[in-house]
Write a protein that binds this ligand. Sequence first.
Ligand SMILES: N[C@@H](CCC(=O)N[C@@H](CS)C(=O)NCC(=O)O)C(=O)O
Ligand SMILES: [Fe+2]
Length: 352
Amino acid sequence: MIFRQMYDSTSSTYTYVLADASSKDAVIIDPVFEQLNRDLALIRELDLKLLYSIDTHCHADHVTGSWLLQQKTGCKLGSAAAIGAGNVDVALKHGDRIVFDDHHLEVRATPGHTDGCLSYVLNDQTMAFTGDALLIRGCGRCDFQQGDAATLFRSITEQIFSLPDSCMLYPAHDYSGRTASTVKEEKAFNPRIGGGASETDFVGYMDAMRLPHPKLIDIALPANMASGKPKEGSCPKEPDWAPVRINFAGVPEIDPEWVAAHANELHILDVREPEEMVIGETRIADSRIMPLGKLRDHLEEIPRDKPVVTFCRSGRRSSMAVSILQKAGIERVANISGGYLHWRDEGLPLAE
Ligand SMILES: N[C@@H](CCC(=O)N[C@@H](CS)C(=O)NCC(=O)O)C(=O)O
Ligand SMILES: [Fe+2]
């Protein structure tokens, strides 16, 4: 099975991708609106077929990326029936299964942080995605969104602590950089509910907590009730100057064929170093030379009247040139995917 854990540093949210290694049927859990391009790039680069985008609950601190993924990939959008959010294809209930090829996620209702919280347990019970019901050495707050500490106590003890001790636990957030835990660890060390804490101990702890409300709550809750569909009803604007793809490394990339067809509307920057150029080596037609090692000191020589595309031999170092140009305030910039080698292999125009 393919498994990836991704992090949004603004909201400290974890997003998970699970996929069958041979069929590539995939599920994403708790995508973040602003991370659409990151998630799409992973799906594209690993050649995944996204079947479902599912949320663990109606988040108060960030907007879900589920609607965007539904639009971009055609995946089905799943969320708890108890939430009643709009734009949902599959209204999930306790006991449902989210099937991806030979695997499935078992849906367990784990209310208490909110009344619509779900946890997802992998069919072999080696992994569980607990949302904000159980965090690593913590748990979801119970002071808004129909939160209730006694309900959360029962959810955790009955639905999560009943899993095998070795089951890995993956939460929706961590605010201290921890990535995973196990049932055994949380039963022993969770300061709120571990070490044999009683319901009274737990409720007393949760009642005494005084956390500031999430900064984005007023934006996040209504947006998540529409599964992250923006008010204007359309996806955010993509770069409009070219069919640019943002790869998983965050680099905007452009196909050489498109560059060749639009060469006169672009500045094409050859960032190879002079010592790389053997006698008779060709260049991309209409390109200008700016070795990567000199770029930072010659930024004022880069014209800004047209978009800039960069290339080196294989297209790897030129992605660094893209990042330098972006930092210098050039927004319309992209790396020619595969660089000079790809360009030459495609038989596109060359010059001496
Ligand atoms: N500071 C964060 C909010 C953090 C927060 O309240 N997180 C919720 C999950 S949505 C929680 O249950 N936190 C439990 C805790 O921090 O112990 C923000 O402004 O977005
Ligand atoms: Fe939450």
